[in-house]
Write a protein that binds this ligand. Structure first.
Ligand SMILES: Cc1cc2nc3c(=O)[nH]c(=O)nc-3n(C[C@H](O)[C@H](O)[C@H](O)COP(=O)(O)OP(=O)(O)OC[C@H]3O[C@@H](n4cnc5c(N)ncnc54)[C@H](O)[C@@H]3O)c2cc1C
Length: 452
């Protein structure tokens, strides 16, 4: 990238946008940051490559019935940061059953999706005792609830595969339920326990036990993001590609973008990025070697949501994946977690996970094949399903190797915070948990607004 490429003179005044903060990525964390900065009296521009704000929060509305199905975020915690944000956006919350987004009672058929065959029995242990034992262990590490600010000496238990941790602390009975909360993280029992603690946090278990999860009264979890789109108006640049990010100029952070109405140059005093920090997501950025080395450490799972029709599966059925020969019958991946009837006749929601991203076309083919195996096995008279809508949540669940954790990866990652006028938020920096990411982003705000 040449200086000429980002030269302010290369853009006419109509194509130059000056702002206090440019927020790159308008999902859960970015939208929160943009609204809060606006309310703190700072000017913001939010950039997202999708045509909507909200990232993983996506609600599908069936045009015929008007019924909504959540494809991503289902619920938030009943905590001040959530209540305040929704109040600000004018969206009402109510207590919800986290078990599923729909209201219809379902009949579950346990199936190993590798074969399509039903299981005659599924592992069942003492769930209550398993959860008590899990909570006892995770409670030893309250700092995990707030960030990845880990001690110099990493507790050995963080580094062992979760399957070993389960045996060590007699958590067997809770594995099935913990796995549901850990959906999207790839092979659950193989993950370092640190990452299970981060995704299946103490807060998430407590909200389950207290039955205090919150969702929108309107059964449309996109509502807060629709409200944010209205508040931000033209300050949200959607369907916009980031062409370059230059943080070296004394003018500020210079971001070239391609919007639906042409190329623009954004000049911001500071940058808040919520884009998953994978090198392929940061093309055109002036990353230095240190940033490149750090971000290249991240490994991710592939996670895909779809709504399918013409499945041949009767309404009211949930086909749930259990490994016939896996410990505690946890689902074998790659595979669907479930194919589940929605509140809309004939529509089924699918969640498909792979230990590493496989591309949208491959994921779609794998979903079709999984549904067809139900027929081959004689389980259900399935057909070739059609996709009503498909969403990739990949790259999901950013992790690093045990070696990297041990050698201070998260200290190096956090040392980037605030350098080069750049602040970082999003799941890789804390947890795949919107409520927690809003808390995390809130804590960055004093440093972001300082001097603006
Ligand atoms: C199926 C599913 C269910 C979930 N359920 C819940 C739940 O019930 N409760 C909960 O709290 N959390 C839930 N989560 C997790 C939650 O969605 C995430 O923790 C949260 O969305 C992460 O926020 P984020 O800002 O880091 O990422 P995102 O919300 O993904 O935001 C990142 C944004 O960056 C944009 N972006 C990415 N790359 C670029 C680029 N190169 N250029 C421009 N823009 C880019 C994306 O379009 C996106 O809008 C769920 C996740 C999934 C996938």
């Amino acid at each position: 990238m040449t200086e000429r490429g980002t030269s302010i003179d290369g853009y006419g005044p109509a194509d130059i946008i000056t702002t206090d903060v440019v927020v790159l990525g308008g999902g859960g964390s970015g939208t929160y940051g943009a609204i809060r900065l606006t309310d703190l009296g700072k000017s913001v521009i939010v950039v997202d490559h999708h045509d909507y704000l909200g990232g993983h929060t996506y609600t599908y509305t069936d045009p015929a019935s008007g019924n909504n199905t959540e494809m991503g975020v289902v619920a938030w915690y009943d905590i001040p940061v959530v209540q305040n944000f929704f109040k600000r956006l004018g969206v009402k919350l109510q207590q919800t059953d986290i078990a599923r987004a729909g209201t219809t009672t379902l009949t579950t058929i346990p199936v190993d999706f590798r074969t399509g065959k039903t299981l005659t029995s599924v592992y069942s242990g003492n769930v209550t005792q398993g959860l008590i034992n899990y909570v006892e262990q995770i409670s030893k590490y309250p700092y995990l609830e707030d960030s990845f600010d880990l001690p110099d000496t990493i507790p050995e238990d963080f580094l062992i595969p979760f399957g070993d941790f389960v045996k060590k602390y007699n958590i067997e009975g809770a594995v099935q339920i913990l796995n549901i909360f850990g959906n999207g993280m790839g092979n659950f029992l193989d993950q370092s326990t640190l990452y299970v603690f981060k995704l299946v946090s103490l807060a998430s278990i407590q909200a389950l036990q207290e039955n205090s999860y919150q969702a929108t009264v309107s059964h449309n979890n996109r509502a807060p993001y629709e409200a944010a789109e209205k508040i931000l108006g033209k300050k949200a640049l959607l369907s916009t590609t980031i062409l370059s990010v230059d943080r070296s100029s004394p003018l500020g952070v210079k971001v070239q973008v391609l919007t639906p109405t042409g190329k623009k140059l954004i000049i911001a005093k500071k940058l808040l990025s919520s884009i998953p920090p994978k090198l392929e997501n940061l093309l055109g950025w002036d990353l230095d070697l240190n940033e490149r080395v750090i971000f290249s450490e991240f490994l991710n799972a592939g996670y895909y949501s779809a709504i399918i029709k013409n499945t041949g599966i009767p309404d009211g059925i949930e086909v749930r994946n259990f490994g016939a020969d896996t410990p505690y019958n946890v689902p074998f991946l790659p595979g669907p977690y479930f194919v589940q009837s929605t509140d809309t006749k004939g529509l089924f929601t699918v969640k498909y996970c792979t230990p590493a991203p496989i591309g949208d076309d491959n994921a779609k083919s794998a979903i079709i094949a999984a549904v067809q195996r139900l027929k081959t096995a004689g389980t259900l008279n399935t057909t070739t399903p059609e996709f009503v809508i498909f969403h990739s949540h990949s790259p999901f669940e950013s992790t690093v190797s045990v070696e990297a954790i041990k050698s201070g990866f998260y200290k190096k990652l956090y040392a980037l915070q605030g350098g080069k006028k750049t602040f970082w938020t999003g799941a890789a920096w804390h947890a795949q948990d919107s409520s927690k990411l809003w808390q995390f982003t809130e804590k960055l705000l004093p440093d972001i607004v300082k001097g603006l």
